[in-house]
Ligand binder design. Sequence first.
Ligand code: ADP
Ligand code: MG
Length: 662
Amino acid sequence: MVSLNELKGIGPKTATLLNKLNIFSVDDLVEHYPFRYDVLRRSDLSMVTSEDRVIIDGKVESVPLIVRFRGGLNKLNFRLATINGPVGVSIFNRAFLKPNLGIGTSVIVIGKYDKQKNILSATDIRFGSLSKDDKIEPVYHTTSGLTTKNLSGYINNALLKYGNDITDNIPKKYMDLYNFSNKKTALNIVHNPPNFDKLKEASVRLKYEELFEFMFKINYLKLENEKNHLGITREGNIKDINKLIKKLPFELTGDQKNALDEVISDMNSQKRMNRLLQGDVGSGKTIIAILAMYYNSLCGYQSALMAPTEILATQHYNNIKEILKDTDVRIELLTGSVNKKDKQTMYKDLKDGNIDIIVGTHALIQDEVEYANLGLVVTDEQHRFGVNQRANLKNKGIKPDVLYMSATPIPRTYALTIYGDMDVSIIKEMPKGRIPVKTFIKKENEMKDVLELMYEELKNKYQIYVIAPLIEESENSDLTTVTNLKDKMNLAFGSKFNIDIVHGKMKPEAKELIMTEFKQNNINILISTTVIEVGVDVPNATMMVIFDANRFGLSTLHQLRGRVGRNKLESKCILISNSDTKRLEIMRDTHDGFIISEEDFKLRGSGDLFGTKQSGDMSFKIANLKSDYKILVQAKKDSMEYLKDKENDALKQKLIDSIHTS
Ligand code: ADP
Ligand code: MG
């Protein structure tokens, strides 16, 4: 992997900015794909409104005039001759452009147009003119200090200098079959599209490669599982845990009973369990895992439960302790905050078989952790554990049964593909007596109602989550941010209530601290990005307010909403959005995660090429599991065929190796 500072113009400072975008090498850089394309097409000035983004071109007709203001600000004004006659152009802080804007210079101007004054307030001026064909411009996710133009420059430099080293990770057979261009060419096109047809072709090529690699790994694991299916055989009986089930404060639902049966029968069978337990937020997956771990310990084996964050691990630990309090099962919590000495003791106890159930983060599968007889591994919120981690678990030389839990309800057909290496149990039925979260859709100008509803909850000592799509201001976006919401909330409630923020860019320890404070009710309003999406349980939080709700997929909204409604009272969720309210109505009208995700797939499932990329469960750089499902299915078929082919080429070995590293 070539390091970034090999490239012209990238010093340590720029490298740090690029790192923020998850770009650490030249390979990452060329795969930093545009998230959207802008089309430069000449606007018809007689048709535009004052809100529209307007694009015109023409020749400079008057010598640009500079007006200077206090604080070093300036404005540049000139007249542009366009095919529709002269237009006044005005742009802030570009005095430096004046020498380049001689009379007769051809420029393209982008901005907002005031019809009355016949003045275009420009945000951007470029040299050249618009042709008859649309000009397609990539737009990249950036970070402050780095423009789309900078990025585009670095990417093209990288392609120029290292393009010839880029290899194809698609077997030759399929390259030929689909008539794919090589990766270098495809990359060049997606970063500099000449037209939409070529762009489509190139992005299909790149998506196929990404999905092919992904499905190759899944299929590889599947075949491996089938080959060494010999796991632990237990001789117990579900009756052994019935006593505990009877003591639970509730009765298991039918779906829970089925899931438990499937898990126990996997554990008893000679085949190694490799099962995904899928169920909506709050459907009661945890208890199934606890019962399975209890059963495992009755049969004389150790269990490990892994959660994606410390706070979730701690939550599980407390929960398990409570449920198993009358048994002699020994349970321990192993997280980053355990001190070194206690850690060493725990390692020893694990190795000696003195701990029956260990709960923690994925530190549990690191090399220094040895088990006496690990029989069952449970991972919570499995979408956080990628394919490589799945492989890692299996390569520890031990062959425990594995149960994955996921609260991301995805339609069965999709589950069978992307979790193709696993069996799937589904809990659809919700526990009895749940009160659905009452969901409202509000426009931004109804903020007064929203604040009043919030005040009602706060007054009654309940807590509120407030969600924004972004942390801080970014280029070309007028979305609500965590930072400016904090100011807003402080203004409204700051004198009486505690308000704090949490987001993904904070250090894990800082996040945990805030979440703990919130759990302990020391924070009344918690403003956050979607980092709280996963599993956190604060029953006293009875309201969630989501700003720019239209920005989120329905499944994400559903997950977020699942954080409230964990209380005997009716909880409320307020979706704030000025647009897309039809789609949001689905949220108001249903609480079934599977229905919601089906709708989400339907709505966003086609032609999403120019839309925003989904964030969330599977992190692909260019492919989208929903809109690229057909490519995924093809990649699944091809990669299996390729794997089963007796011939072993270098690419196959390279792909297999990549499963075991990283
Ligand atoms: P999730 O599936 O999101 O992990 P949990 O396992 O955390 O859900 O369960 C949510 C809550 O519902 C817990 O407080 C749990 O004790 C409770 N619960 C689980 N099963 C049932 C049931 N059958 N009846 C009533 N409450 C249940
Ligand atoms: Mg859970």
